[in-house]
Design a protein around this ligand. Structure first.
Ligand SMILES: *[C@@H]1O[C@H](CO)[C@@H](O)[C@H](O)[C@H]1NC(C)=O
Ligand SMILES: *[C@@H]1O[C@H](CO)[C@@H](O)[C@H](O)[C@H]1NC(C)=O
Ligand SMILES: [Mg+2]
Length: 264
């Protein structure tokens, strides 16, 4: 036992002395010579929050309940500056390039799956009023907001949506919103310009198969049903990995940025 403790202390000491404390890597031998010319003052102050965001977007950081309190200003800047829009635009123009490159066969039911919240519609106004994800989620409060039916479209998503329709690609919407929000959701979508889709699927919590199941399980099961009905899912887009991972995946899937919350 003593040997193990000693080895652990030794290993920790070695790790720290090799710069694994991430202290701007002044002694880091793998940093190219040009970069060494910069003093540590040139490093972005928020480096740890940007690393946190990268971790979230790449699905390395999962199951977080809130945005770290210290990253509130960072996340605010992300949305109120133009980074969020730029990231979103990059994803959506890549999605469109892909769709355009396809040989669309008439009557073949080529279908694109969309998520709703933070994909077709934006709740950023809601989160801006509640600490940009730093406050724990309150379902009662959130549902009240949703049921006002006043969410704006994500402008670049609406553009992609219309371009896909113009390419003769069918749209299927799969949302984790409950069936009870069906009517208000359709109205909200209509009012901001989403008016034509082959399918819109809500999470029917009364169905035994979805009781206590994750969004990932629910969404893959609904995609499988779509496939059985003859839809060929060539694209899928969502702001959560649970929108796109699993089985019955699309030929290509696209992940929109969302550093605000995590849905399993
Ligand atoms: C959640 O929001 C509702 C108002 O919409 C409020 O009455 C309730 O106290 C909140 N719950 C928590 C735990 O903050
Ligand atoms: C297209 O979908 C419809 C149902 O929406 C189905 O009846 C038809 O067989 C499908 N076509 C193909 C080629 O799979
Ligand atoms: Mg979403």
């Amino acid at each position: 036992m003593k040997t193990i403790v000693l080895l652990f202390i030794l290993a920790t000491t070695i790790a720290t002395s090799h710069g694994l404390d991430l202290d701007h890597g002044k002694e880091n031998k793998i940093v190219p010579r040009e970069l060494k010319a910069f003093s540590s003052a040139h490093y972005e102050r928020d480096i740890r929050c940007s690393s946190w965001r990268l971790g979230v977007e790449t699905n390395n950081i999962i199951r977080f309940k809130t945005v770290p309190a210290k990253c509130k200003d960072y996340i605010r800047n992300y949305f109120l500056g133009d980074q969020s829009r730029a990231d979103t635009k990059a994803v959506l123009s890549e999605a469109y390039s892909y769709a355009k490159s396809l040989d669309i066969i008439k009557g073949a039911n080529y279908t694109w799956v969309f998520d709703i919240d933070e994909t077709l519609l934006s709740n950023i106004e809601y989160y801006a009023d509640r600490g940009f994800g730093t406050i724990p989620h309150n379902a009662t409060d959130f549902n009240k907001w949703i049921e006002k039916g006043k969410l704006p479209a994500l402008p670049h998503s609406l553009k992609l949506y219309n371009k896909l329709l113009a390419l003769d690609i069918k749209i299927a919407i799969i949302t984790e919103r409950p069936e009870t929000q069906h009517k208000i959701t359709v109205k909200n979508l209509w009012n901001v310009g989403y008016r034509k889709y082959a399918k819109i699927i809500f999470k029917d919590t009364k169905k035994e198969i979805y009781k206590g199941k994750t969004t990932l399980v629910y969404k893959l099961a609904e995609r499988k049903k779509l496939e059985k009905e003859g839809f060929k899912i060539i694209g899928n887009i969502g702001d959560q990995w649970s929108d796109i991972l699993g089985t019955s995946t699309a030929v290509r899937s696209f992940k929109l940025p969302n550093p605000l919350f995590y849905v399993a």
